[in-house]
Design a binder for this molecule. Structure first.
Ligand SMILES: [Zn+2]
Length: 484
């Protein structure tokens, strides 16, 4: 009996780019065993070394999580569809507030919001709720752009924004809060100017800081709803935990390439992010948008859906996305909705929580204190810096340089190295000479570290990873090369 298995974009490189494969099996366990024997490389993404399911990947049969069915023993039939849902990085009743009688709309505001005022679900009362509401956005980037612009336009009275970045040219393809003349400016200054331009009647509070375990609780306290527009796992878990501890709704959105996810986590009334993904993926396994890319319009769609959910929560109207995860596949143009359940074992919102205060999230996500870039001081045996590589090449040494990025990236900029993308390396390893000294590089050093470790496993004795990748080469050796 063959069962349909839907493959998410991040895993499609391992299924010959197929988004759906049909696999034999009578239970989920059998189907996945057959899937991983047909597509060997998918195994490491689904199972840990001891053969257990990885906790940052969820398996669904139709719209149900198998953790709440019979797990791997869940019986499937031909009409069922199995979905693999990995975590990707990168948005209530909000105790519907008593609308204070002193909140009034000026004549100018009545005119501005007139298309809201004539909808029964909003009306004058709803518009006053929006005016008295306080929403905190984490990040003024791809997701934060539509969230901020629509919430400002809708008349949300106070918008807080946490960010510490400056506008970079590579942001402009999707971060429509910022424009070309803002390059080099703080994202907060640029966001404030755009949002005040859209609606001068609202208050904008900016926090130029990295959200941390030290400041999250005090920052969140003053807000009714938090919108998660971050691009990294430590901050996602931090935002989740702070919201659970304070009893605030967390409007979640995440994006990668052509895939988006949206949900509303409110532990008082449903599951939290940890119920969905109890543990983060190891660093480097899930590409960031900087490494994996993202279609510019995708954060526009997902962020707009987050803004919609915020407004519904503030108005107390409609059915919020609590306990539901919506997946958007832009290439196929499909929206799918999966049920999320509260996990009774959840360490922060379950029956007997073990987390009562904010923790060290970088450590939790396996990232060293020195930074997310995973660039510890070069270990002489396994790593080489761009300066060392340059010096050795200048010396005329015959190093074999291997580029494990994708052909598209190679086309943008390359160092004249031999190209074998990481996903093809296992098939093409015979093309390499194990007796040569090999230097492996990618964009930033993450994929090449994996490639180097793989080659060592295959018996290559002299393989070094180029620390910081071609980005470091462009920064320190040849700034005339194009950056991406
Ligand atoms: Zn939970």
């Amino acid at each position: 009996m063959s069962i349909k298995v839907l493959i998410p974009t991040p895993l499609r490189p391992f299924t010959d780019k197929k988004d759906m494969v049909e696999v034999e099996g009578a239970t989920v366990g059998e189907v996945l065993a057959n899937l991983t024997s047909e597509f060997n490389q998918i195994r490491q993404h689904l199972y840990s070394e001891d053969g257990a399911f990885r906790s940052y990947v969820n398996i669904y049969v139709n719209d149900e999580d198998i953790r709440y069915l019979a797990k791997e023993k869940t019986v499937v039939s031909e009409k069922d569809t199995i979905s693999i849902i990995p975590s990707i990085a990168g948005g209530v009743d909000v105790d519907v507030q008593e609308v204070e009688s002193e909140i009034q709309l000026s004549n100018d505001e009545v005119l501005r919001y007139s298309r809201h005022l004539i909808i029964p679900e909003v009306g004058m009362d709803g518009q006053k709720k929006l005016k008295s509401a306080r929403v905190l956005m984490i990040g003024a980037g791809g997701l934060g752009s539509p969230v901020g612009m629509y919430l400002a336009a809708a008349g949300v009275g106070k918008l807080g924004i946490v960010d510490f970045d400056v506008v970079d040219k590579t942001n402009l393809q999707r971060q429509i809060l910022h424009s070309t003349r803002d390059i080099g400016r703080s994202k907060l200054d640029s966001a404030r100017e755009t949002l005040e331009g859209i609606n001068p009647n609202i208050t904008i509070e900016t926090y130029e800081t990295r959200l941390s375990s030290e400041n999250a609780l005090s920052l969140f306290t003053d807000y009714d709803v938090v919108v998660d527009g971050t691009d990294n796992f430590p901050t996602r878990y931090l935002v989740n935990d702070a919201c659970v501890l304070l009893g605030k709704p967390n409007v979640y959105g995440s994006i990668l390439r052509f895939d988006g996810q949206v949900s509303v986590f409110d532990a008082r009334r449903g599951p939290c992010y940890r119920c969905l993904y109890p543990a983060p993926p190891p660093p480097g396994l899930v590409p960031s948008c900087a490494e994996g890319g993202v279609l510019g319009v995708l954060p526009g769609i997902i962020g707009t859906l987050q803004a919609l959910e915020v407004i519904k929560l503030l108005l107390g109207e409609g059915d919020p996305l609590i306990g539901r995860l919506v997946l958007f596949d832009a290439l196929k143009f499909t929206f799918r909705e999966l049920k999320l359940r509260k996990n009774p074992e959840c360490p922060i919102c379950g029956d007997s929580p073990t987390i009562h205060t904010l923790i060290d999230y970088e450590q939790f996500c396996g990232i060293s204190k020195s930074g997310i870039s995973q660039q510890p001081a070069a270990d002489e045996k396994t790593e080489i810096t761009v300066e060392q590589l340059r010096a050795r090449l200048d010396n005329g040494e015959k190093l074999f340089v291997l580029d494990v990025r994708e052909p598209r990236e190679y086309e943008i900029v390359n160092l004249g190295a031999t190209l074998i993308p990481l996903s093809e390396l296992p098939k093409r390893v015979e093309e390499l000479d194990p007796s040569r000294e090999i230097v492996v590089h990618c964009k930033m050093g993450g994929r090449s570290a994996k490639a180097a470790a793989f080659l060592r496993q295959q018996g290559f004795k002299n393989v070094k990873n180029l620390v910081g990748g071609i980005d470091a080469w462009i920064d320190k050796i040849d700034p005339t090369l194009p950056r991406y």
